[in-house]
Design a protein around this ligand. Sequence first.
Ligand SMILES: [Fe+2]
Ligand SMILES: [Fe+2]
Length: 264
Amino acid sequence: MINLSLSQNAEKILKTHNPFRKCFFTFRTIDKWEKKHISLIGKSFCIETPCRLNKPIILPPKLMPRRRGLNKINARIALIHSLAHIELNAIDLAWDIIARYNHYNLPLKFYDDWMGVAKDEAIHFLMLSKRLQDMGANYGDLDAHDGLWDAAKKTKKSLIDRLAIVPMYFEARGLDVSPHMIEKLSKANDHKSVKCLTRIYNDEINHVKIGEFWFRWVCKKNKKNPEKTWQKTINKFFKTEIELPRNNKAREKANMSVYLSYIS
Ligand SMILES: [Fe+2]
Ligand SMILES: [Fe+2]
């Protein structure tokens, strides 16, 4: 049996259409990596968009229906469905960062860290899919948008851009809005969803922290000031200020507080 390299395994996962098989291959690859059955050697590759089943239908973000009032089950299903879709994208993003930038001569810890993230994201996706089933729905029943993957495409040429935008902007924005969602679900007495979102929230603090660690590492290698480089990258991509509310407590735990002082 031919053993695939880490990049080849990542490519295989990105090209897997079925999200549940994507999770299965994620766990299996990490297990093989931990047993040292996978080599790091292998060239990086480019896949423009990860493979998906034909459901959910992907709409532009502005065409997505607005969600109101989480006291209704349909609104809660819509919320959990959209979060499951984000988690599926997050699995692919973790494998993409592992495979795409392997010409940067990164230390082994980089790969260990992002495989840890991939594993968490797969657990998050499976947890939310199960929660949808409990509520009488399935992943793929509703439409979704790929805003997160659009950011991946825009940052594919630079590891600095990728880290600044994906974990340090989008995932950090997730930390800002999560406590409010958890509170609303709690008020709706949806304790199972509260449990899922609380687990995800705590794991995501660590993902942002990992993103910040490697961003700082790459900046140091390139003799760049991390805070100024982050601000410049954010301005280049968004041309807007970071929206409120900001979750300063979670951002502090993720080592992101220092960056906010650079935002006017
Ligand atoms: Fe996640
Ligand atoms: Fe994450």
